[in-house]
Design a binder for this molecule. Structure first.
Ligand SMILES: *Cc1c(COP(=O)(O)O)cnc(C)c1O
Length: 354
């Protein structure tokens, strides 16, 4: 039997989603593909609370992080780094030859609106990057407070919602997010290989004035092809068929608010368990509802725990990067249920004698 994934991506894909994907191939320049793309885009707008253009790209999420930088940074980018993925924004910006500064924050802490305000007020920047849900540390940024600051400046607001979209509410238009991106293999619970972003009209206008947007991820090329209800290159057709099905399930069967509630309940359950037996890394009010980062206060041998959980049919997530020995993570995202999480925590209790 397949092992249950408690890692923060990829997440398990439900059998009915796989069924929806097992359809005959269609041509990517035909009418049927256009309908598939439009169906996906319509429902993605509901999921993301946006009227912006949406692009569906055969890529992992990191590809669209690069796209956001290539299309939207002209002068200098402020990268807010409080963990591995937010620091990745900085690496990408530099790798693409753009001017950038890293606002380096403690891992496990949340980005603070005050510090962001202070940096932006220098007038040095025309773009800012943020990770909404820092998967390496289990921290959800106070994005509504940060958005209040960002909206006072003429900057492109580029936000990674890779491990939160479809698990935690992100209202793109209300927040004024210019590029909001995510991959489908985390809280969307689809197979990896497809990334999605919304792009504001303001950013599309700006992109026209940005040199070296590259070829594969040029937003203006995506916009041009959207006019024909196509994508510039061959789409990830099977995953898109899964996406159409999964979006219908999320929006019309489970319901978005119910889905957010389910994630909140799983987050609360996991935190309660962690505080009883160990501790959590972030401050409680910033702790993520899709992934918990547990402080290893009892010097548990995580590799041994991982091995024993594997024997019980589970895939365990170690800490990320420099937190590998000090923490471990429990993902509770996608189609995972409270009951499944309870069983997983019971399995850990049994192994560790909690
Ligand atoms: C997983 C993850 C990424 C990287 O996603 P890929 O699809 O592997 O490129 C980026 N940001 C965050 C917050 C993530 O959790």
């Amino acid at each position: 039997m397949a092992k249950k994934l408690f890692i923060p991506g990829p997440t398990d894909v439900s059998p009915d989603v796989f069924d929806a994907m097992s359809k005959p191939m269609i041509g990517h320049r035909g009418k049927e593909f256009g309908i598939l793309l439009e169906d996906c885009v319509e429902n993605l707008k509901r999921l993301m609370f946006t009227k912006n253009n949406i692009f569906v790209c055969p890529s992992s999420s990191t590809g669209l992080m690069e796209a956001a930088i290539r299309n939207c940074v002209k002068k200098r980018c402020l990268n807010v780094g409080n963990g591995a993925f937010s620091n990745r924004w900085h690496d990408i910006t530099k790798a693409n030859g753009k001017e950038a500064d890293l606002l380096e924050l403690e891992w496990g802490g949340a980005p603070t609106p005050d510090l962001i305000d202070e940096k932006l007020s220098t007038g040095n920047y025309d773009a800012i990057t943020l990770v909404h849900n820092e998967t390496s540390t289990g921290v959800t940024a106070p994005i509504y407070d940060i958005a209040e600051i960002v909206k006072d400046y003429d900057v492109s607001f580029l936000v990674d919602t890779v491990s939160s979209m479809a698990g935690i509410k992100v209202e793109v238009d209300k927040l004024g997010i210019d590029v909001c991106l995510f991959g489908v293999q985390k809280a969307m619970a689809l197979p990896a290989g497809l990334a999605i972003c919304s792009v504001s009209d303001k950013s599309l206008e700006k992109a026209k004035t940005v040199d070296n947007r590259g070829y594969y991820f040029d937003f203006l090329t995506y916009l041009k092809y959207w006019g024909k209800k196509q994508t510039p290159t061959t789409g990830a057709i099977s995953i898109m068929q899964g996406l159409r099905y999964q979006l219908d399930k999320i929006l019309n069967r489970e319901g978005l608010e119910n889905r957010f509630d389910r994630h909140r309940n799983m987050g609360e359950l996991c935190r309660k368990w962690a505080k009883k037996n160990l501790d959590i890394l972030p401050e409680e009010k910033y702790a993520s509802d899709t992934v918990s980062c547990i402080k290893n206060t009892k010097e548990i041998d995580c590799n041994d725990l991982k091995q024993k959980l594997a024997e019980g049919g589970y895939i365990f997530a170690n800490g990320y990067g420099k937190l590998a020995d000090k923490t471990f993570r429990i993902a509770h995202m996608g189609d995972r249920t409270v009951d499944e999480l309870k069983k997983y925590l019971d399995a850990i209790d049994e192994i560790l004698g909690f």
